[in-house]
Design a protein around this ligand. Sequence first.
Ligand SMILES: [Zn+2]
Length: 301
Amino acid sequence: MRIFQVKGQTWVIETPSVLIPIYRLPPDGSRIILIDSGNSGEESQALLAFLEKESLTPLWILLTHTHFDHTGGNAALQQRWRTKIACPIAEAASAFTPRFYKLNYQTFTPAECEHYFEEFRYQVEKFILPTDQVIELDGVTFTAIPTPGHTHGHTAYITPDNVACLGDLLISEATLEKFNIPTGADRLLDSQSKSRIRELTCDAYVLSHYEARSEIKQLCDHNLASSRLMYDSLLACLQDGMFLFEWFASARSALGVKGKNDRLRLVFERNMLSAVEYLLDSGEITRSWTGTGWNFTKTKK
Ligand SMILES: [Zn+2]
């Protein structure tokens, strides 16, 4: 783990799996506000040890969304420093019971949500509404930008240094290459959020996965183009009249998706499901009832 400056009081803690932007409060910068808290397990313990070593005191965690690799340090930091948490209201339900993780992990059963997310319980101090444009935490003012799509309540923040912390709204070129089907809960809103953010004029941008950079226009275009490629590759796996499970199997095989464990296999199905929903809503496929199940068919152009 290491820490580096982006601009002014805005720095980044680089962990093995995500970048965590932090804002260091004047005058000495030892009191900090984190944007997300990284992964759970060993990484959250390593984050705690790193903050101790650097003599940093986390006053707040401002959450972009509640995927497990963004909330993993919440409980540990709250326990150690009584760190307060601000969370978009559409994401915050999962803090009360892991069963509500179904909002963003819809292919998991309620019991699987409990199993996988039990360690993610934490207290939310401040609920952020989609209409909140300004978030003030201990005298520090962040601009909030609702960016739904990756998850239903995903929110980006601009620090007082005019640095945009984009969470998972955009991913870097290198990260894009690793994912056949990037995560998305509502893919139409996700595309609209990516297009809107293109017009931001910030001095720097931090992507949780996994880059700090000074411009994003090309990257927005690249992310949007890769979504289109994903739809096209899924459509290529659909033979007219397939049931959903047949289409899933065909896509797994064609895209070479292995899935290291059951959680990642369920995540793949969640991502595929939201892509199918997008293709239905956009009219590129139809589903028809056969009497025993739904058949999926490409719309003839
Ligand atoms: Zn995410």
